[in-house]
Design a protein around this ligand. Structure first.
Ligand SMILES: *Cc1c(COP(=O)(O)O)cnc(C)c1O
Length: 368
């Protein structure tokens, strides 16, 4: 058997053996034992966000985008309007989801990475009273930039609008405190910073808001009001739950606790970033963003300008050495991305830097 690959990507990520092993058991979806796991996971996610009492946690089957779409469709009434803050692919996807479900929206589009500014949000809200909701991406994973979510949340709250945060790649590492960060919904998924396997997403939703959302959703399977009320009543998921994924997620949460929660995880991811950026810079690579903007989640590097550089070859040669990297998502410049999240430590970071050096040699590319 080949050695396990290391995924230096923003999800799915490298999981621990113990998290994988938690899947070696079959569960009945109606069984009390499985319902206990679901209840525990929901409770612990609320605790992580310091959201007990004010919010509820609603998981939904599918990848992260399913959870985003479900949250938008459930919270935004059919005659509502969303201001979408875009600075990359995930903000754009929110707009696309809204078009599919027929909800009105306008956008502040900052291009590939520049963060939306609170003053711009303020001006847009002042100018258009029809806007009911604002949607923002916490860490825009396509560039790696962290958006000024706390400042934006204050503006949205003062304007009396509802805030929906796509915190997919941030929650579990970047601190979130529902008592000081005013949001109505915050979304993430199993396979990001909590380090579970992919298969469901979840939204942490202000309970008083969700209670008003009956009948909003355009889709039965993506109706989080219905999922929530059924779960509250029966302890069960409405439709077949990803049982093994939920069990693995519970184990991943245990390991998240053991590592020191969000704080411990943020420390390790930040260390991974610093080591990776220093290592690749010493080989001659440049980052898209200046140091102050580099997130501990993922970093975008410019591809070498050398005409012998070809991303596919670079990727495949790294893969032969068991390192899986991520293509870039910029519209203007050739780039690739390296994730810092998942079960990655100094050994894997140094291993990747050595592998990149070796592959550049093989491709006869010199960056200096
Ligand atoms: C990963 C991610 C998503 C969800 O992507 P899926 O491919 O549907 O899992 C959404 N938003 C952000 C910011 C992400 O990083």
């Amino acid at each position: 058997m080949n050695a396990e690959p290391y995924l230096l990507t923003p999800g799915p990520i490298t999981t621990s053996m113990t998290t994988k092993e938690a899947m070696l058991h079959d569960w009945g979806s109606w069984d009390a034992d499985f319902n206990t796991v679901t209840a525990d996971v929901r409770q612990r996610l609320l605790t992580l966000a310091n959201a007990e009492g004010s919010h509820t946690c609603v998981p939904v089957q599918g990848s992260g985008s399913f959870a985003v779409e479900a949250t938008l469709g459930t919270l935004v009434p059919r005659d509502g309007k969303v201001l979408v803050l875009m600075n990359g692919a995930y903000g754009q996807r929110i707009g696309k989801s809204l078009s599919y479900m027929g909800r009105a929206y306008s956008a502040i589009d900052k291009g590939d990475y520049a963060p939306p500014q609170p003053e711009e949000v303020q001006a847009a809200l002042d100018a258009d009273p029809a806007i009911t909701h604002v949607a923002v991406v916490f860490c825009e994973t396509s560039s790696g930039i962290l958006n000024p979510v706390a400042e934006i949340a204050e503006v949205v709250k003062a304007a009396g609008r509802n805030l929906i945060i796509d915190a997919m790649s941030a929650f579990g590492a970047l601190p979130v405190d529902a008592q000081t960060l005013p949001f109505d919904a915050l979304i993430s998924a199993a396979n990001k910073c909590i380090e579970g396997v992919p298969g469901f997403g979840y939204a942490i939703i202000r309970e008083s808001v969700l209670a008003q959302c009956e009948g909003n959703a355009h889709s039965l399977s993506l109706d989080l009001y219905d999922q929530w009320s059924y779960m509250e009543r029966t302890g069960q998921w409405r439709f077949t739950p990803p049982t093994h994924v939920v069990a693995a997620f519970q184990q991943a949460l245990n390991e998240h606790d053991t590592e020191g929660g969000c704080e411990g995880r943020l420390a390790r991811y930040s260390r991974n970033r610093d080591r990776m950026v220093a290592g690749l810079r010493s080989l001659g690579f440049r980052t898209l963003l200046d140091d102050q903007w580099l997130s501990p989640i993922i970093t975008t590097f410019f591809s070498p300008e050398d005409e012998k550089f070809d991303f596919k070859t670079f990727y495949n040669k790294l893969k032969e050495k068991n390192y899986i990297i991520y293509p870039g998502k910029l519209t203007k410049a050739e780039s690739f991305r390296i994730g810092h999240i998942g079960q990655l430590y100094d050994e894997q970071v140094d291993g990747l830097i050595d592998a990149v050096a070796a592959v550049l040699d093989e491709m006869q590319i010199s960056l200096k």
